[in-house]
Write a new protein. Structure first.
Length: 451
């Protein structure tokens, strides 16, 4: 049940009639409306409670007291947002032995020494304090906490990493001055597995103790001006997933040099990032790359050939070079998707060595202005799916003769002149998808044969 209180709260007898409600959300646009004591009558069924005051700016604000009658509730989840007396809130939280998730977005006043009581049973916490600085021991007694989302505070980061059971930590460091994480903020968690950091376009610098997170499996950095990462990250032996998105730097080469020391990373999602991007090709343990950089240039470097563990490569950017002849050295590559966001630059031909990538099963190419044709499908030993889109100047379509393994062929928004490929008389037993659409200057074959 969701109740939106505009001018008054419902009377106590209203709550007494809600005998089947297990999840209740109360939102109020009027700061003066106190929490209704009558909710205590739901103590037999209510498990999840949200009380949210959407406070207007520029008014005299009231600190509400949590009714003592609420101590009879048996909540497992509680969301509180607004201005509340922290003493009454602490008393209420202490009375909730089954509370496992808590979202706290409340005002803190100068002199507050204790914001939340020890909650040893709590598993998940969203923490968004405003006002005065948060005491550094704010998470004392949260011995079972697994997931923590911190929004808008930095002065107590070390205490978050000292939580004994913490596995997921999301830091949204919004609306704050630049964040210089010095060595006083020591990150020594051995339980942390997922770390996400966003600074809302502010500057952030990671401490060298980032290398101490030995069980970290996933690291995400986004929306910030990023100072150079620690030079040595070889201690992150369990890191498999790396995501770097919407990050600005003074020097990409300097900022990301430390990433090349990661010993076992297998998945990279990156972009938009400033060029150059050659540091990517030094992460030779990668099995999958998703690089989205549509507004910046992207270089198809010869070093791509060193990625002999890579199975999936997805690139979206303004390409500035031809396809490197080292592509066939990518012996594990199964899926290659290249989207050129500037068709007037980048590769001007589809070279025959594309067919020499030994394990390639799926090839998707979009946004090119080329001369010449496309290699015949039979030259690709493993190709099952081919999609060509927004291609200008293609003089010949790929022949389907001998393409017994082909499952899908799509030619979309192609400008010729060229003829559509002929379906061979022997048939294509695996072919299930044929899509020839939005073609200009393209003629159909004289006859199409099916077995």
């Amino acid at each position: 049940l969701e109740v939106y209180a505009f001018s008054c709260m419902p009377p106590d007898d209203y709550w007494a009639g809600l005998t089947q409600v297990t999840n209740l959300k109360i939102s109020s646009a009027l700061y003066s409306l106190p929490p209704p004591p009558g909710i205590a009558s739901l103590n037999g069924t209510l498990k999840s409670l949200s009380i949210i005051h959407n406070l207007p700016d520029g008014v005299i604000l009231v600190n509400h007291t949590i009714p003592s009658s609420w101590n009879a509730l048996n909540l497992t989840s509680f969301v509180v947002q607004g201005r509340f007396n922290l003493s009454s809130l602490s008393d209420f939280l202490r009375s909730m032995p089954f509370l496992t998730t808590l979202s706290f977005a409340c005002r803190i006043y100068p002199g507050e020494t204790r914001i939340l009581p020890p909650l040893p049973q709590l598993l998940g916490l969203t923490f968004q304090p405003t006002g005065a600085a948060t005491p550094p021991d704010v998470f004392y007694g949260f011995d079972s906490l697994i997931s923590l989302y911190i929004f808008g505070a930095v002065n107590f980061l070390s205490s978050a990493f000292q939580l004994p059971m913490i596995q997921i930590l999301n830091l949204q460091l919004m609306y704050l001055p630049d964040v210089a994480v010095d060595e006083a903020n020591t990150w020594n968690s051995t339980s942390l597995k997922t770390l996400s950091v966003s600074a809302s376009t502010r500057s952030i610098q990671f401490p060298t103790s980032l290398n101490n997170l030995v069980n970290l499996a996933s690291l995400s950095i986004s929306s910030c001006f990023l100072a150079p990462l620690p030079a040595n990250l070889s201690g992150l032996v369990n890191l498999r997933v790396l995501k770097i998105k919407s990050v600005a730097t003074l020097s990409s080469t300097l900022t990301f040099a430390g990433l090349t020391t990661l010993p076992n990373v297998t998945f990279l999602e990156a972009g938009p990032l400033p060029p150059p991007n050659r540091w990517v090709w030094k992460l030779t343990t990668l099995r999958e790359i998703e690089f989205s950089n549509p507004f910046n240039t992207f270089t198809l470097d010869a070093e791509m050939g060193d990625m002999n563990n890579l199975e999936v490569l997805t690139i979206w950017g303004k390409l500035t070079t031809q396809f490197p002849s080292t592509l066939p050295a990518m012996t594990s590559l199964k899926r290659l998707s290249v989207r050129n966001s500037d068709p007037l630059s980048g590769p001007t031909a589809f070279p025959s060595f594309l067919a020499e990538i030994p394990q390639l099963e799926e090839l998707f190419l979009l946004g090119f202005t080329v001369s010449g044709g496309f290699p015949d499908i039979a030259l690709f030993p493993s190709l099952r799916r081919l999609q060509l889109s927004l291609i200008d100047g293609l003089s010949s379509a790929p022949s389907l003769v001998g393409a017994a393994q082909l499952v899908e062929i799509s030619l979309n928004a192609i400008t010729g002149p060229l003829s559509l490929p002929l379906i061979p008389a022997s048939g294509l037993p695996s072919l299930t998808v044929v899509d020839f659409s939005f073609l200009v200057g393209v003629s159909a074959p004289v006859h199409v044969c099916y077995s």
